[in-house]
Design a protein around this ligand. Sequence first.
Ligand SMILES: [Cu+2]
Length: 256
Amino acid sequence: MSKFPWKTTIAVSAVLAATVYAYAQISSGGPMGMHGRMAQGGMDGSMAQMHQQMMQGQMPQGGMHGGMGQGTHGGMQGSMQGGMGMHGGMQGGMGMHGGMHGQQFGALGAPTMPGQDAFGTIQEVVKILQADPATDWSKVNIAALRQHLIDMDEVTLRAVATERMLDNGIEIAVTGEGRTLEAIKRMVPAHVSELREIGWAAKNEDLSNGVKLTVTASESQPLAKLKALGFMGIMVQGAHHQPHHLMMAKGEFAMH
Ligand SMILES: [Cu+2]
């Protein structure tokens, strides 16, 4: 517990440093000038040092993730709306985690954002399939993946989640109509199975206009956490979507 305030301090300093730096650079050189400076290593002392430490893996994971991955990102985005140069800078910041540092500035001038998340997901999967000589094109089903991504969109953005706290858990009525209802009926029960597999006490019950999801509190999933997570926080548990998306596209996975 004693470590926590220290990490928070790092994260906050990173945001402040980034914000102050961003403003300073914008006012002096504009977004493009900023990139030039960042690329040439013109970061101010604290940023450069942080960068150095990150590259050498010396910073504590939790603290630096909070600082660079989220804190700084948020701070920079906030203060650098629309700054082309900054985008390059942030790509670098995120690339550091993945060890792709060498690509960060080389990619500048060639946009990487697909413009739409489902589009980007399908694009990535198609790329993987095309790169694999073992891909069985007679089974590939991109349309199925697209339908699932529409389900994800409906459940994430349009389903209505009415949460009710129980003495020992949380009960969530997930409801909607039309395409949203179809998505709820497919995704929520499938997710309950996934939750059970990772040890959660979850169950689902059919409603006429949706699905009732109930999660019982446990030692690892205490009541306060379930309350804080709510519907979406519970829906994102586990990392099954990414591999499942590829399987769906390969025609190897029953739709969930
Ligand atoms: Cu998915």
